[in-house]
Design a protein around this ligand. Structure first.
Ligand code: GLU
Ligand code: ZN
Length: 290
């Protein structure tokens, strides 16, 4: 059974950028008679907006998305993340790190997301601090269905990365891996801003003996300044009362060439057309500069 998912963070209302990921993941699952699930990634309370999760679900509903199981919420999953971390502790694959941001910045090794953590605390046996997972120099590669072959050397490109912060917050990389496995996700279709996170997630899947899903990273919509549309730079929230123009535009952005006439048709006709004509092969790859 094919199972896809959409996993928004409730930092604000849905905008056009999120609609693209939702639409692509939905159509890719539904056109294979698969299931499509929704997960609210409310992992980082300070970044969240009160009411945003429910607002997101209402908007998805008014756009005609139908999810096939109860919505999973990461705020209710801390036990599962702790269990995964404990499993890694027993295997000696994680350690505590007390380095400050400044100490890490001073290491001056540049990686793909700023500085590489140089492994300072690997053998220190600290009793407090963040939990980091060991990485190594094995190249982790995967074939992205849109972006083609990708690979990373985690120890060189990032260094040992954080799974649980010193303040107790679980890291996205750990939560996403545990939850995708729990929900039985077989294919992940999401924005290309997460392409470079994928090798870290595959690394964790291997350490935790979890299956690796198929990946497809759709291009990111940018504003006139070339910035990613995000809730932070206040991209227009989607208008739940008038879903057809935005959905039509999302399909167009995804390279599907929806007929112009469908802009004046019902939401149902637009979805019918999309489900009949959807082709992941028509989604454009992006140029990634790293
Ligand atoms: N919660 C993440 C976001 O909203 C998406 C995570 C994922 O799709 O893996 O950017
Ligand atoms: Zn450290």
């Amino acid at each position: 059974m094919v199972t896809g998912r959409f996993a928004p963070s409730p930092t604000g209302p849905l905008h056009f950028g999120s609609l693209i990921a939702a639409t692509a993941s939905y159509l890719e699952a539904k056109t294979q008679q698969g299931q499509w699930l929704v997960r609210i990634e409310d992992l980082d309370p300070p970044r969240e907006q009160v009411g945003a999760a429910n607002e997101i679900l209402k908007t998805l509903d008014s756009f005609g998305f139908e999810w096939d199981a109860e919505v999973m919420r990461q705020s209710e999953r801390h036990g599962a993340y702790e269990t995964a971390l404990t499993q890694l502790k027993h295997q000696g694959l994680v350690y505590r790190c007390t380095c400050s941001r400044k100490e890490i910045a001073d290491s001056a090794l540049q990686g793909i997301e700023g500085v590489v953590y140089p492994g300072t605390c690997r053998h220190a046996q600290h009793q407090s601090g963040a939990w980091r997972v060991l990485t190594n120099a094995d190249v982790i590669g995967f074939d992205d269905a849109i972006q083609g072959h990708q690979s990373q050397n985690l120890s060189h490109d990032l260094g040992d990365f954080v799974l649980k912060r010193a303040d107790g917050l679980y890291a996205y990389q750990l939560a996403v891996v545990v939850d995708d496995a729990e929900q039985g996700i077989t294919q992940i279709v999401r924005g290309a801003d997460l392409l470079s996170s994928t090798p870290r997630q595959i690394h964790l899947q291997r350490l935790l003996k979890l299956p690796t899903p198929h990946y497809a990273h759709v291009p990111i919509a940018v504003n006139a300044q070339g910035e990613k549309l995000s809730k932070q730079n206040l991209a227009q929230p989607l208008n739940a009362k008038n879903p057809v123009p935005a959905l039509w535009q999302a399909l167009d952005f995804l390279g599907q060439h929806p007929p112009t006439a469908l802009r004046d048709e019902s939401l149902e006709s637009l979805w019918d057309w999309a489900k009949t004509h959807w082709s992941l092969a028509h989604v454009q790859a992006i140029k990634i500069s790293t």
